[in-house]
Design a binder for this molecule. Sequence first.
Ligand code: NAP
Length: 267
Amino acid sequence: MAGEITREHASSSSRLDGRVAIVTGASRGIGRAIAIHLHSLGARVVLNYASSSTKADLLASELNASATLSHPQAIAVRADVSDPDQVKLLFDRAEQEFGSIHILVNSAGVLDPKYPTLANTSVEDWDMTFNINTKGAFFCCKEAANRLKRGGNGRIIMISTSVVGSLLPGYAAYAASKAAVETMTKIVAKELKGTGVTANAVAPGPVATDLFFEGKSEETIKMIADACPLGRLGEPKDVTHVVGFLASDAGEWINGQVIRVNGGFVV
Ligand code: NAP
């Protein structure tokens, strides 16, 4: 058995050197933090956004300035994920710039800041939520399933939400839109048998971002933070490491799973 004991280079199996990652919703919040983390692990990153061009361009410049290499390590690409043609163009642009794509992290998402009960949810708001969170996830996942590099290292990581578990009143459309994403992710993981591409969902709990704060009173925010066993809201960086791990070679054996990252807010 002596040959089984080797000194593993933990750092090499956790690194993403030579990999290309598309991160949707990378201009702000959780997606931005994920893009920065994947870049810190060595990946070249495509920063997708819908309207925040200044923020996305600035982040791309900062990532390129921090790299020692002369060719670009990050580009910002505008694309509305709810439009299948724009999602195709996002992937086209990524391939033109960097070649094969290895990783998709789909973080683009919206939450209705009115927090309506189901009885008070308008058809327009339901459609808006599903168009971005569910159809957007489908379009990105579909392109990734067809186009991610075969033969190992391919990774699909969909950002869901722990509200699928906590089932808070006021979140019916949002939670339902993400529950569909979780189910889709588990099935695509099986459909990608033989490709070496894994598919998982990461489901954060409350995280201090624009999406979380919008429409909430100070009292509600405090109540939610108090409900977290660690007594605080999550920060985007609380979510990045698990995404980096899933994206790496070390994360290969985790496939078809939903991983809740919420400090114990809900199991
Ligand atoms: P955020 O700070 O509001 O950022 C949302 C990001 O999504 C922005 O980059 C935004 O781009 C992009 N986006 C929105 N609509 C888009 C579209 N149609 N096409 C392309 N990009 C679009 O939100 P966040 O809190 O980081 O949320 C990120 C993900 O985490 C979401 O999927 C959300 O459901 C999930 N999540 C968040 C929390 C939380 O408490 N914050 C908890 C669980 C799960 P622009 O800047 O260009 O608008």
